[in-house]
Design a protein around this ligand. Structure first.
Ligand code: GDP
Ligand code: CA
Length: 331
């Protein structure tokens, strides 16, 4: 960037995230950024209605991760959770396929009350974030206010995402993934307002190591979202969720192979680049995969490697620091 005023210090960093690898990175970047604003744009395709409540699994995982209230062993839900209500729910014959801890349930009830009082999802996430202790420089913003509902299509027909993920434990072989409602969705105002103000002045966008089909696609497929990010971004950096030919957790690798893709960081890069032409500037792979980077580099793709495994908060923070270096480095 050379000399001159540092235009980047207050420009936000925008992270697109699901509830797993993305949420870990949100926590790491939150620490690494110190006071520079971080917008974590969360996937809403997993949102669903259960026991009369609106549940937003990825938004809540990010809220819990960034406020350090997440159960880090399990990787979802609240630390020091209790299960009294869920036990009694089962006793009285209520649905038991989706686990609800007491603290987690309190958050869903609070969201229900705020939604009933006329707040939108972004307002609810901001209020909950403040109560949980999300640092003031971090905004957790659901990608859109319009209902987008991910469904998977398998040999057994179409089913809602939670049914596939929780009730069927991802066993059906997928043919396709669809995002109902996405055609009439638009990016959250909170995000477009923030990005249109700063324009091209130093915003960086990171696509977290999130499931490309189940977490990133329902965000990037929102009409206007890619254009908004591309116009605002100095650089778009994407982190691979595939390490050493498999996903660290969850069905990303299984789905890639069922859709006929090579399960590798290279396969992920080629698919992303085909799906979102011109969106990503820098591809970040785990160092495990560095031998394969040469092929893509020879096709002029900017592939960088480092340790991307965020097995504890210290590693997530170190990876966040490294990513900030990539964002601010000159070409
Ligand atoms: P979900 O909403 O729970 O599916 O979570 P995400 O979509 O955000 O993340 C799922 C993906 O994160 C999986 O494909 C994992 O391979 C990946 N992942 C989880 N932890 C890590 C990590 O520490 N490093 C990297 N690079 N990927 C990770
Ligand atoms: Ca999810």
């Amino acid at each position: 960037m050379g000399d001159g005023p540092d235009i980047t210090s207050d420009a936000p960093l925008v992270l697109l995230s699901g509830g797993g690898g993305g949420a870990r990175l949100a926590a790491g970047l939150s620490q690494a950024l110190d006071e520079r604003p971080l917008f974590v744009v969360t996937n809403t395709g997993d949102d669903f209605e259960h026991c009369g409540l609106t549940i937003c699994p990825d938004t809540d995982s990010v809220l819990y991760a960034v406020s350090e209230t997440i159960d880090s062993q399990r990787g979802w839900g609240r630390a020091e959770e209790s299960w009294s209500v869920f036990e009694e729910l089962k006793n009285v014959g209520g649905p038991d396929w989706f686990q609800l801890g007491d603290k987690d349930l309190a958050l869903h009830l609070s969201r229900a009350a705020m939604l009933a009082a006329g707040q939108n999802l972004a307002g609810v996430a901001a209020a909950l974030g403040e109560r949980l202790g999300v640092p003031p420089h971090v905004a957790v913003v659901p990608a859109t206010e319009s209902p987008v509902r991910t469904h998977v299509v398998s040999e057994h027909g179409k089913m809602a995402f939670q049914e596939y993920f929780v009730a069927h434990r991802c066993t059906p072989v997928l043919r396709n993934v669809v995002y109902e409602g996405i055609g009439s969705a638009s990016p959250a105002d909170r995000l477009s307002d923030a990005l249109e103000v700063v324009g091209a002045a130093g915003t960086d966008v990171v696509l977290g190591p999130s499931n490309p089909f189940l977490s990133l696609a329902p965000i990037l497929g929102i009409p206007g979202m890619q254009g908004l990010l591309r116009r605002a971004a100095r650089r778009v950096v994407a982190v691979s969720p595939i390490i050493g030919g498999r996903a660290l957790k969850g069905p990303a690798g299984k789905i890639m192979s069922e859709l006929g893709l090579e399960v590798s960081s290279a396969g992920w890069t080629r698919w992303m680049n085909e799906q979102y032409p011109g969106l990503v500037d820098v591809w970040v792979w785990d160092e495990t995969d560095q031998a394969a980077a040469g092929n893509l580099r020879s096709e002029s793709m900017d592939v960088r490697t480092t340790s991307t495994v965020m097995s504890d908060p210290g590693r997530a923070r170190a990876f966040g620091d490294w990513l900030l270096g990539v964002c601010s480095s000159d070409y």
